[in-house]
Design a protein around this ligand. Structure first.
Ligand code: MOS
Length: 698
């Protein structure tokens, strides 16, 4: 295993010179533009769509409606993890309106402007039903799914948490809320689709071209080989592009209708209902402990919201099952179907809101007992996974906490809050643990050399801005023992060797393993051939399915500690984050620069989650009251103070050949709790409902 090596992004020049092409920049000859018409009601049945006025707009070519759309096969084969996204992809297939903003038609025109003008003239008549829009806890309509997000059970229990809680000398019963959040990638959801007979090519902003191709083929009833999905460059996704979303299918169906390429690019207000969102959460955490800070019982109950289409639930309670050495634990994840769009993955879905609640509660316990919160966490450190009894593949949580405490000056600063500006500002510090699962998914990659000596490494994975293109290129160069400049790395196309999506922080570990395997196999074949390349060249494909299957029974997680220092204005209630320090142990860090960028970005998202980001439901009309970056606030540069991230060295032999646990999502988990814990330290006000806007501090 070699140490990390900072290599500048290989695609940096393409990006900063504008040569990198994004989803609607392919400029295929004859491209038309589609503009969706969204339902203005939240619930009802579509009676009719009047398209005459739209068709009269100069430049309008056609209007896609229920009457002329291609039939999709809702039972067609789809990729892993796409199930929750499929109902939203079945555009115009029936007349039921289940959320405001749902696509009821789309106008196709020679220009985006004409399409937009046409869309404003489409008249949809709907038999409206009263809509339920409010997430109220305890609603009898809430359901507990067998599995949350296909990942883990909706209910878990070990020991007798209720009895142990009742018997515990110290008992806490606390409720936490987190707001809905939008991913808000810099590049909104967009796609250009073109048909050549029954063969389909889609250029789109998507985190997983290979998986998206499989799902599109399944729904369209096409062989997988007849669908090519291209995601050469993706301007961020943050989970919202990990499964295909309606704009991709809209481009496909519109292109089919008019027999020419069609481009779709959502604006921000359209993105709010169509590009998925993080469900708001209502969480209750009950914790029993001894006077010396041993947590003996933990009950974590979560309610989220979902659409009428599918009971989607984030895995919000999962960390409560394994993070601390608690003998008696019960968790429940439920969801309330409402007349809203289906939520989905956004930025550590589940772990980020769940750890806000858990790490706030641990801080409240520490304050209650007068035990330092770093020390309290160390006292509850498990030797093995308390849920399964499996050993940890590696775990440096306490090291992250202690190293961070020293680097941050925790023990001096946490002694008491302080003031400045003659009492106007109160300052305080907070800490929280971070953890995120190590997800390794089977992948393929190929490596080839031709007679001229050109080496090509290929994988159907997407670089969504994380630096994956650079990191995989580095791993290929290392495995082939050749300079990076002598290797061509191809990615972003579904026709390449099959790869999972860029999600769950699993890219480097999953794709890198396949890339290394292919490169090592090519090196061996070359050696067998005596170093001479045959005239027809050499090509090998490595598939890690068996390798991944052979990984032993371990609990695999990355860990970290988040430290925050805040300043609260006593007159305005405004919280500013003066310092954030994240210390992480995430296995091998292949490229320290791109890894640091990822977690620094994620910590900034944690700051947004803590203080400003809130998707607000319009409880009169349905849909979202916050639809753009003027009403949905994300951190700007001026909101970010002194921000730093440190990776502790870590070697993990049980997570595959790359040895990296994945970075990205670990950087957001725990940040919101660290910040609100710091606010509580500074002011004595415990904010249990995110975001911690000024009104909650006055
Ligand atoms: Mo990430 S929210 O798993 O793309």
């Amino acid at each position: 295993m070699t140490a990390g090596n900072t290599v500048a992004r290989v695609d940096g020049p393409e990006k900063v010179t504008g040569r990198a092409r994004y989803a609607v920049e392919y400029q295929l000859p004859g491209t038309a533009y589609a503009w969706p018409v969204g339902s203005t009601v939240a619930a009802g049945t579509l009676r009719s769509v009047d398209v005459e006025a739209a068709l009269a707009v100069p430049g309008v070519v056609a209007v896609l409606t229920h009457d002329n759309v291609v039939r999709l096969d809702p039972a067609g084969p789809i990729s892993p993890a796409h199930g929750a996204a499929v109902p939203d992809l079945l555009l115009l297939q029936d007349r039921e309106i289940v959320f405001r903003g749902q696509i009821v038609a789309a106008v196709i025109a020679e220009s985006a402007e004409a399409a937009r003008e046409g869309a404003s003239r489409v008249e949809a008549t709907v038999d409206e039903r009263p809509a339920s829009l409010h997430l109220s806890v305890g609603d009898p309509g809430a359901v507990v799914p067998e599995m949350t997000n296909d990942l883990s059970p909706g209910r878990t229990a070990r020991g007798d948490a209720d009895a142990e809680l009742a018997a515990a000398p110290v008992q806490l019963d606390l409720c936490y809320d987190t707001a809905a959040q939008f991913a808000m990638p810099m590049e909104p959801h967009a796609a250009t689709a073109t048909w050549d007979g029954d063969r389909l090519t889609v250029y789109c902003s998507d985190q997983g071209p290979n998986w998206t191709a499989v799902t599109l083929a399944g729904l369209l009833g096409l062989p997988e080989t007849d669908v090519e999905v291209v995601a050469d460059y993706v301007g961020g996704g943050f989970g919202s592009k990990a499964a295909p979303r309606p704009p991709i299918m809209l481009a496909v169906l519109a292109a089919k209708l008019v027999g020419r390429p069609v481009a779709v690019a959502l604006d921000r207000p359209q993105s709010a209902p169509l590009a998925t969102y993080r469900s708001p959460s209502r969480q209750r955490v009950r914790m029993g402990a001894t006077d010396d800070g041993r947590i003996t019982a933990l009950i974590h109950e979560v309610t989220g919201q979902t659409s009428r289409l599918i009971p989607y639930v984030d895995q919000t309670a999962t960390m409560s099952r394994t993070l601390y050495d608690v003998p008696h634990v019960r968790t429940v994840s439920s969801t309330l179907p409402l007349d809203v769009a289906t939520p989905g993955w956004v930025r550590a879905p589940g772990e980020a809101p769940g750890m806000f609640a858990l790490e706030s509660a641990v801080d409240e316990l520490a304050v209650h007992l007068g035990i330092d919160p770093v020390e309290l966490r160390a006292r509850n450190e498990p030797a093995v996974d308390p849920g399964t009894g499996y050993p940890f593949s590696s775990r440096r949580l306490v090291d992250c906490l202690r190293h961070g405490a020293d680097a941050f000056g925790w023990f001096e600063l946490s002694a008491g809050p302080w003031e400045s500006a003659h009492g106007r500002f109160r300052h305080g510090v907070g800490v929280a643990a971070a953890s995120y699962p190590v997800i390794i998914f089977p992948s393929r990659a190929s490596a080839s050399i031709d007679a001229a000596g050109t080496v090509v490494v290929e994988i159907a994975a997407a670089d969504i801005g994380t630096g994956a293109r650079t990191v995989l290129h580095q791993l290929a160069a290392e495995a082939l023992d050749r300079p990076m400049s002598s290797i061509e790395l191809r990615m972003g196309r579904s026709s390449g060797p099959a790869a999972p999506f860029a999600g769950g922080s699993m890219g480097t570990g999953s794709w890198g393993w396949a890339v290394q395997g292919a490169c090592e196999a090519l090196t061996k074949e070359l050696a067998t051939a005596g170093g001479r390349v045959p005239a027809e060249g050499l090509r090998v494909v490595h598939d890690t399915t068996a390798d991944v299957g052979a990984l032993g029974a371990y609990n695999r997680h990355s860990y970290g500690a988040q430290f925050a220092q805040v300043r609260v204005d006593r007159f305005t209630g405004e919280t500013r984050v003066e310092r954030l320090l994240g210390v992480y142990a995430a296995g091998r860090i292949v490229n320290p620069a791109t890894a640091r960028s990822q977690v620094v970005g994620a910590m900034t998202m944690g700051l947004g989650m803590a203080l400003m980001e809130a998707g607000e439901t319009d409880e009169v009309l349905g849909g979202w009251a916050t639809q753009d970056l003027a009403s949905y606030h994300v951190p700007a540069h001026a909101d970010v103070g002194d921000l730093d991230a440190v990776f502790l060295p870590e070697r993990d032999e049980h997570i595959g050949s790359v040895g990296g646990k994945g970075v990205g999502e670990i950087g957001i988990v725990g940040v919101a709790a660290a910040i609100t814990n710091a606010v509580a330290h500074a002011t004595g006000v415990r904010v249990r409902s995110l975001p911690a806007t000024p009104d909650k501090l006055l």
